[in-house]
Design a protein around this ligand. Structure first.
Ligand code: ZN
Length: 392
């Protein structure tokens, strides 16, 4: 191929690439999107970020440009692909072109059922894809997707969770569903039978190339609101796949498993933990937990449903977990709520997997944490006591 035509192909790729879905492929679930900008932890392998760092990668979704502030490196989508796949410029262009259904000379390949390039009439449609789907339709897509996947063999998903100490019962209660890779086309077709392609694209379930985007991520964790699945995130069960998570479009709507609180009596203990695994681990052992997913952390509007419970944080035992707990305690206090803290050496899942009597020990730690909180409250009260309160 001549240099000139490679350049042209590169421009054609950039013209057709859906930057949002392209970059989202490489971003963790904690990516933050504000209008045309995306901020996330930088996934570029050669940058070797520690994983503790902040959101150093900034992406301009309109222009398709990225910049890592920690390493001062940036460029366009092709450069990003080169870095992510350790590919040369020609290889990056050719691979992306192939994915978009472009032949080497930049024209669309005909008769390609899946990787079809948009016809001119579809360009209007593509703009409509940018619009997010209304909540009720998003829920319909989520529920159908779970239903379709439920019809597939669940064993690999059950085994994956079981290796992490999560029971099939907890999985079922949380509505976690799996589909094997060999079912990919059938699941994709199942969804196309039920919905317009455009709606599936708007939901983030399908990309602009009309593919189901949940390809490597097939263990699905739904978020429920009043019994309806309104959002979902999915995890890869294979090792070495980055990013490990994939999700529908739009922000995480709530704490994970928050809908389960509706059936819980006031005054019961609810644990605030990190992630799906810790939430389901506690569910397995008969505790009630809600999970923080994504680095956005706890949103203030999520606190109200927790107000009638005794809430105990059991975040990771590292410095990040410790400082997050302190931050959340302040957030709770600002609403006149309390957040007790159970300190674990590592995390909930690890604790339960390595202590044979973990449920009992965990209960005892919780009691101690609540007792400590009570005595702190009492000393606070006596400090606050003024002649006025003594009158009463
Ligand atoms: Zn970086």
């Amino acid at each position: 191929m001549e240099k000139g035509s490679l350049r042209e192909l590169c421009e054609e790729v950039k013209r057709r690439l859906d930057y949002r879905s392209f970059f989202m492929r490489y971003c963790r679930s904690d990516a933050r999107i504000t209008s045309d900008k995306l901020h996330t932890r930088c996934p570029i392998p050669t940058h070797a970020h520690s994983g503790q760092g902040g959101h150093s990668l900034s992406i301009d979704l309109r222009r398709g440009l990225f910049h890592c502030f920690a390493r001062e490196e940036g460029g366009d989508a092709i450069r990003f692909y080169e870095l992510m796949h350790n590919a040369s410029f020609p290889r990056a262009v050719r691979e992306l072109a192939r994915e978009l259904g472009l032949s080497p000379d930049g024209t669309s390949q005909a008769g390609h059922s899946l990787r079809h390039a948009p016809e001119p009439s579809e360009l209007l449609e593509e703009r409509a894809v940018e619009e997010p789907l209304p909540g009720a339709r998003l829920a319909a897509v989520c529920e159908s997707f779970l239903e379709v996947c439920k019809g597939e063999e669940q064993m690999e998903g059950i085994n994956y969770l079981s290796r992490r100490g999560i029971s099939a019962r907890a999985m079922k209660r949380a509505g976690v569903v799996y589909f094997p890779r060999r079912a990919y086309r059938r699941v994709m077709k199942g969804m196309l039978d039920k919905f317009e392609l455009q709606e599936l694209q708007q939901s983030g379930l399908f990309n602009t190339q009309a593919h189901l985007t949940f390809y490597k991520h097939r263990l699905l964790f739904p978020f429920y609101a009043e019994g309806r699945a309104v959002y979902l995130q999915a995890r890869t069960t294979a090792s070495g796949v980055e990013p490990r998570w994939h999700n529908m479009r739009g922000p995480v709507p709530s704490l994970y498993n928050a809908d389960a609180l509706h059936h819980l009596l006031s005054g019961e203990i609810v644990y605030l933990v990190e992630g799906f695994t810790d939430t389901l681990t506690l569910l397995t052992h008969g505790f009630t937990a809600v999970g923080l997913v994504g680095a956005g952390g706890l949103k203030e509007e999520w606190l109200a449903p927790l107000a009638r419970f005794r809430v105990v944080a059991a975040l990771d035992g590292d410095r990040a977990g410790e400082s997050a707990t302190a931050r959340y305690q302040e957030l709770f206090a600002a609403r006149r709520l309390r957040l007790a803290q159970v300190r674990l050496a590592t995390d909930v899942n690890d604790f339960f997997r390595h202590h044979p009597s973990a449920p009992l020990e965990f209960s005892l730690l919780t009691e101690a944490a609540l007792e400590k909180q009570k005595s702190e409250d009492r000393s606070q009260e006596s400090e606050d006591s003024t002649p006025l309160t003594r009158i009463f």
